[in-house]
Each structure stands twice: as C-alpha cells, then as structure tokens.
Design a protein around this ligand. Structure first.
Ligand SMILES: Nc1nc2c(ncn2[C@@H]2O[C@H](COP(=O)(O)OP(=O)(O)OP(=O)(O)O)[C@@H](O)[C@H]2O)c(=O)[nH]1
Ligand SMILES: [Mg+2]
Length: 453
C-alpha cells in the first residue's frame, strides 16, 4: 500500500525535504512502501513555479537527499506566481509546459509503479501563489482522475502578522477547494509551530524556518509512518479522524521534538510526564486569550521500547488526562479518543529520544484561524482591495463569494458542534436558549427560578 507525496511551491518543497530526511534516516529504504523498493527513490513529486528550491538536492552530490529524490519526478518553470492564487490556478503554459499536466503525468507513472496505490498527500502553504493556486488545481484534477483513492492536504496556515497582503484571499480560495476535494486536511499554523519550536529549544530562544519545517515534518512522518514500518493503515486512521464531510480539519503534533541534538529525553522521564508535556505543547487554539475548543475525534500514538512494562495498564490515566485537554463534543461516544501503542525506538538514535507521543485531533480549535482569515478577506473584499490582481487572471468576484460561502459553512458546522456541548448544567443551557430567543427580561426572570435544581 503506497502513498505518493506531492510537494507544491516553496513551502511544500522545503517541508517535503525535511520529511524525507527524517524517513531516510529512520526507514529501511528497500523494505518500505515510502520508497520504491527497486530504485530506493522516495515516492514523491516536487513541483514549483520557480526552480531554486527544487533544484537544490540535485545540484550537489553531497546533499543528503541527492540519492533519495528522483529528478524525473520534479518539475518547475522559470518564475513564481507572485503570491497570487489566481495566477497559480490559471496555470498558463510556459515554453509549452503546463505544471498541472506534467504533474498528473508524473503521478500516473508513480501510481502505476506502486504495488497498491492508496492515495496522495499534497504538502503546500495557503498563502503563496503556487502552493495555494496550483495546489487547488491539482486537488481538483487528482480527485477527478482518482475518485476513490485517498486525497489529503497537509497545509500551512500563514502567520497572523501578514506575510503578504493577499494571503487571506489566497487562503480562502484554497480552503474552499480543499473542502471540496480532499478527504481530510492536516493543518499547521506557522505562529503555533514557532511557539512549539521555541518551547522545544532547551538552549535558547532562536528558531528558524528550517526548525519550523523540521517540527512539521516530524509530525507528518509520525502520522503517516508512526513506527516507520510498512503498510501502516493511515487511511483507516483518517476515516476515524474525519467522521463526516463537515469536519475535515486535523491538527497534529509530536512530542518530544528536539532541535538540540545534545539534549535527550530518555527513560528517566515517565510516560505520564511525556503525555503531559505533549499536551502542553499542543496548539492552544486561543481566541481573545481563551481556549474553549472541543474535540470530535482524537488519535494518540505512543511509541517506545518499553511499552509492555505496564504502560497499557495506565491507559485509563492517559485517557483521563488527554480527554480533559481535548474535551469531547456532546454527540461523540468514548471511542472519540483512541490509542495505538507502537513498540520500538521512538526516533533516530542521534536525537537520544526513547519515547514519543503523537496526537492528531479534529477539534473546534480550527475556528480561530478560519474566523480570522475570512474576517480579513471579507474586509478587503468589501473595500474592493486588490481584486483587479485576480480578475486579470480570470478570477472574478463570484469566485470569492463562493469561497466565503463555503468557509462560512465550515465555520457553521464546527460552531454547532461546539454549541451542543453538555458540560453545562440544565439551568445554564436553558438560560442560553432564552438568551438566543431574546425574551424580555421579565419573562426570563419568571421562567428561570422554576428550573433551579
Ligand atoms: N512553515 C513554512 N512556511 C513557509 C515556508 N516558505 C514559505 N512559507 C510560508 O508560505 C507562505 C508563502 O508561500 P510559498 O510557499 O512561499 O509560496 P509559493 O507556493 O512558492 O507561491 P509563489 O512563490 O507565490 O509562486 C507564507 O505564509 C510563508 O510564511 C517554509 O519553508 N516553511
Ligand atoms: Mg514560490
């Protein structure tokens, strides 16, 4: 069972490089479906509108990925898409090359090369022109050509302090395509990942984009190849995590993530300690300084060499600890949170990590990023700002309105999951209903005391 990874745009390729570095160091290349068993080459396709990042591994034979990435599965043109979704989506031919056509041809070859092609994961950012615009076009085409294969997006949400003035437009447009065509969206917020990296960096307060990418790649590697073995059934895990089309967003994080190779995290630390630190380090999903997210599904992988020394007996404590952080929405049963125990060393020995915990969670925490993005995009749209940059590439106002509609729907779905939470007492819930239907205050006063329990 094989997965083909597509790295799209600068961000997608830079994260892709870190992802394959981790897998190359920790996987037996000739005995794992992540790599082609005969050639030892990674099952991925690198796509960008400019050649700089893509070419790097091939320019120097000493590059760690020189022998792992396949030049015949990489494609670029000469210039970027200027942080413009419409230009990326238009995918105009350059010297006779259309990036989306060339990519689909490569995907066909790669899928035919697999014993059993299971699906595609597209790694990209939401803010630039290539990863978001061309990424959207590719999702549409892949879904059309491989309707029953799994299709996931691993997407980077831009920093709140805008990287480009167009980032909210680009994000809305690509989010609407992701919602339409994928089976699930694993998202990483650059601001949150930066916070995680700073937390993990025991020695100082510096963090580079490279470190952020390592952190994202580590979570992805642990999600798709949690014990680095063959045939881990991630599609069925994803089906558990995405119970319906209405809730596709999954946050993921692995702990410990250590930049500093001198640091170690070994047996002296208890499993409970690792779970607690992992939870502290998971994205906080705060809005106005408050965190009130609830969860639809949570998957927790625990990986280490000593799992049979009583760890499974502590499962109740782990369940209680994790479920108090990821509180369930009212309509899920206890199985919304489940565990996989994976026997084996947790990471490459150079990191001196014996144990790790990876948590993937579908929570209402995505609301914060969605609300912020759509609020910013609609404000600009109402002012008519920058729209001519899109209309000149055939992206008219209706396209924006459709995208806003879709995102409003996603927000509505997650919001209603939050609303049905039952932690509140009957009195509180009744008061909420009264507030919603706006009865006059004397009617509220007349009704409320009768419900006091
Ligand atoms: N985490 C992470 N974010 C990145 C990286 N490179 C760019 N970004 C973010 O991605 C957004 C820009 O997207 P890029 O991937 O650079 O753009 P692109 O897809 O190459 O598109 P164009 O350059 O416009 O053709 C910004 O929000 C950046 O902060 C990276 O290596 N890692
Ligand atoms: Mg670029």
């Amino acid at each position: 069972m094989s997965t083909v990874f597509l790295h799209v745009g600068q961000c997608g390729n830079q994260i892709g490089h870190q992802f394959w570095k981790i897998l190359k160091d920790e996987i037996e290349i000739n005995n794992n479906t992540a790599f082609n068993r005969y050639t030892g080459l990674a099952r991925c396709i690198a796509i960008d509108s400019e050649p700089r990042v893509i070419e790097k591994p091939f320019n120097k034979s000493s590059h760690p990925l020189n022998s792992v990435l396949n030049r015949d599965r990489s494609i670029s043109t000469s210039s970027g898409r200027g942080n413009n979704w419409a230009l990326g989506y238009l995918d105009a031919p350059e010297n006779g090359t259309k990036l989306s056509h060339a990519t689909m041809e490569m995907l066909r070859k790669e899928a035919e090369d697999c014993d059993y092609y299971r699906g595609t994961v597209l790694i990209h950012s939401l803010a630039g022109g290539t990863g978001s615009g061309l990424g959207s076009k590719l999702l549409e085409k892949i879904r059309d050509e491989y309707p029953i294969s799994f299709l996931l997006s691993a997407a980077v949400i831009p920093s709140e302090s805008a990287d480009t003035p167009l980032q909210d437009y680009n994000s809305c447009l690509s989010l609407s395509y992701m919602q339409d065509y994928t089976d699930g969206i694993i998202f990483f917020e650059n601001d949150e990942v930066l916070r995680q990296v700073l937390y993990s960096n025991k020695r100082g307060s510096n963090a580079s984009t490279h470190n952020i990418n390592e952190c994202i790649a580590y979570a992805l590697a642990n999600l798709f190849y949690p014990d680095r073995s063959n045939d881990f059934d991630w599609p069925s895990i994803m089906q558990d995590l995405v119970p319906s089309e209405d809730y596709k967003f999954i946050g993921a994080h692995s702990y410990p993530f250590i930049i500093d190779k001198q640091a170690s995290l070994s047996r002296e630390v208890s499993w409970m300690n690792i779970v607690e630190s992992g939870l502290k380090n998971f994205p906080k999903y705060e809005e106005n300084g408050q965190s009130s997210h609830q969860s639809i599904s949570v998957k927790c992988y625990m990986r280490g060499e000593d799992l049979h020394n009583g760890v499974e007996r502590q499962i109740k404590q782990f369940y209680n600890k994790i479920s108090s952080h990821f509180r369930p929405v009212s309509w899920v049963d206890k199985s919304y949170l489940n565990f996989s125990f994976l026997e084996g060393r947790a990471a490459n020995p150079i990191y001196k990590i014996d144990r790790s915990v990876t948590i993937a969670a579908n929570t209402t925490g995505i609301l914060t990023a969605l609300r912020r993005t759509i609020y910013n995009a609609k404000s600009k749209f109402r002012a008519g700002a920058y729209l001519h940059w899109y209309s000149k590439y055939n992206c008219e106002a209706e396209k924006f309105l459709e995208a806003f509609d879709k995102i409003d729907n996603i927000i509505g779905n997650y919001q209603s999951a939050l609303k049905h939470h039952t932690d509140k007492s009957p009195l509180q819930r009744f008061s909420d209903i009264l507030a919603e239907i706006s009865l006059p205050p004397d009617a509220v006063a007349a009704l409320t005391p009768r419900l006091t329990i």
